[in-house]
Ligand binder design. Sequence first.
Ligand code: SF4
Length: 329
Amino acid sequence: MEALVDSFGRVHSDLRVSLTDKCNLRCTYCMPAEGLDWMPAAEMLSDDELVRVIGVAVRDLGITEVRLTGGEPLLRRGLVDLVRRLADLRPRPKLSMTTNGIGLAKVVEALAVAGLDRVNVSLDTLDRETFVTLSRRDRLDDVLAGLDGARDFGLVPVKVNTVLMRGVNDHEALDLLHYCLERQLSLRFIEQMPLDAQHGWDRSIMVTAEEIQSLLASQHALTPVGGRGSSPAEEFYVDGGPATVGIIASVSRPFCGSCDRVRLTADGQIRNCLFAREESDLRAAVRAGADDAEIAHRFRVSIAGKRAGHGIDDPTFLQPDRPMSAIGG
Ligand code: SF4
């Protein structure tokens, strides 16, 4: 095994795999009301192709964590079986999933039995009307049930990802914190990034990490946990701990210097960064008969060309052509 190291010495051990670009919400900050042109099924990696490629990644490239993403990964047919097959890989990767939580309550037990270790659930509001306004769907109760189910079936820590938006849900920061503290959920606030399909992101309306921290500190003592490693979240003990809250300052305090992530899109393209403008077509190689060494080589070449960071502050910054739902979070 030869680790996946880039030209800056960053070791990549976290593979994020998008299982579909489809979503059952239509969040205003992510995609238009009518949805997007979804990928045709034939263009997406099959389960067999996924298991093979991920198998190479854990065996030959030092990938130790596989995060299933989307779109909404719960919409992938046969998900439980796929998780079971991934849990059978050796070395056994840690398996986590980022989901909007809709439908999670129904399958959480099967996913836990199949070998899923953990989930991250997106939740921006506890207010039903705001949820409907933001996501264009009336599904808040489903998400909350999914969160409870994930905790009850041991997919812990259950991480809750929240994006605060000025004038929309920024007044809910403390309510969200209290909700999560009461239910042993691990809340992380994430600065909004320019990854929407409509290209409508505007830095001036982004609620910054600094603002979030002072909002939380208005009622709670926050003490840095430290020892962050490659984690994007700065964690703080709340009122002395042991409960914590995280803040992910993706834009104002980027953590690209310790990035350990590489992505595979649902249509089999390797992306060395969330904001990469180039991709490597692994699907074409796999379908042309590439052997395992060739698959591993494709990952290495992609990582060798990885840039230092996202460069959102650079005047030449260009938002990626694909929206977040097609890249995988
Ligand atoms: S923006 Fe790119 S380099 Fe920075 S942390 Fe995200 S994936 Fe890594």
